[in-house]
Design a protein around this ligand. Structure first.
Ligand SMILES: [Zn+2]
Length: 89
């Protein structure tokens, strides 16, 4: 997993709201608004994928996660639909 060495650092950037949204307070890509986690100084990983895998286990090969709520910074696994390649190819 991405954050085995320091899970507290990852979760310290997540604010869980009563609405169910998990707001990301880490890096946001200026180009597309994607929530990103700096695994190392040179490696960025999508924060919603880490949140999913840390709470639910590994994602299937090629899976994409589609946000189902309207909160741009939300990374909650509850608010994601998993698409596997057969769904989008
Ligand atoms: Zn949400």
């Amino acid at each position: 997993m991405w954050i085995d060495r320091d899970p507290e650092r990852f979760w310290s950037k997540v604010e869980k709201l009563p609405s169910g949204c998990w707001i990301w307070h880490g890096t946001i890509m200026p180009s597309n608004g994607a929530a990103m986690y700096n695994v190392t100084s040179r490696r960025l990983v999508k924060a919603h994928r880490i949140a999913w895998e840390e709470t639910r286990g590994p994602l299937p090969e090629g899976a994409r996660l589609l946000r189902t709520c309207k909160t741009q910074r939300c990374i909650s696994p509850e608010h994601r639909l998993v698409l596997v390649p057969k769904d989008y190819e």
